[in-house]
Write a new protein. Sequence first.
Lengths: 287, 101
Amino acid sequence: MKPRSALLLGSLSAALVAFALTSPRVVAADKVDPVADAKAFRNFFFQKFPDVKHEDFVNGPYSMNADMKRQWQEKEEFPPYEFALDAGKEMFATPFKNGKTYADCFPNGGIGIRQNYPYFDEKEGKVVTLELALNRCREANGEAPYSYVKDEMASLTAYMAFTSRGKPMDIRIPDDPRALAAFENGKRYFYTRRGQLNFSCASCHVQSPGERIRAEILAPALGILNAMPIYRSEWSGMGTTSRRFVTCNSQTRAVPLEPQADEYRDVEYFLSYVANGLPISGPGARP
Amino acid sequence: MKLSLPLAMLLALSFAPAARAANEADYKAAYAAAEAASKEAAGMRNQWTVTISALAAARKAADGGDFDRAVAASKEAEALAKASIVQANSEKEAWKAMEIR
């Protein structure tokens, strides 16, 4: 009886030691660590595409294909988003009915600040994107908000992005559990499969960048938002970040969420944070 | 003896009840089930566009009095909605397998 008890006790102790050794790893793996996530994210792309200069990832499919890059560089001499830039500049400077302008709503008069959006608003406890901040500015000044997926919003953000061109993305995650939760929620949204086609954002932009999907070459996820907003030949017009998320969802046969839904704000936060240090290249042009 | 099997089959077929055409009540029951599943998927923020299309097709067929087609489209919508619910539930954990670490 005694040896039996000793054996049982020994087994139990061994099991407890094994559990004690493994459980901290489980906890560590589930801990939200944006710095480690961003490092792993960047390294994945840097290793997958060792010949692509790091700052070139923001040019999407053009960083993946030399022929397309040459065509794009020629196109950049007369860029298709130029009309939106001009319109955005004029809209930005035009006073609201109360005499104020967009410059009154933003730090540094709204010039050269694109790289700091989206940010986590600790008062609201949520992520605030540039598109959302622009509409809040309009509403605070008695103006009707713009559609998040149409030309006016794209023109305004195109102009603001242009004033930040070349500046490194600089997204902060404050020491606030809600900010960490927003980052984690954005990450979850990015990797979650949806729609009848069972695609996640990562299915195209992590697993298959540089590959063709029908006639298009898929962009890498790293730096994908640095070029927003974009002129898309497919759309024959400009598209905002909201429009991009909505159409990506539709293409997988998922019903898109409402523009600026928490999930879209959070995935923008996640994707922008992991692209910290890469230059703003917006507005961009894509096939 | 050789003739008995085909004869038996013929007899069986002749006495088999003809498939009943669907009526409005069948459609309403099928549509209600599809709509309930669709609402559940929407509540999980994982609705599929094809579910919406199948529900619309069911309503259109019913409006035209084609209840067979309306029931078939409703059943398709219900199956699609249930698949999207399965997807949403499985992705609660499965997304982690895709994550870059």
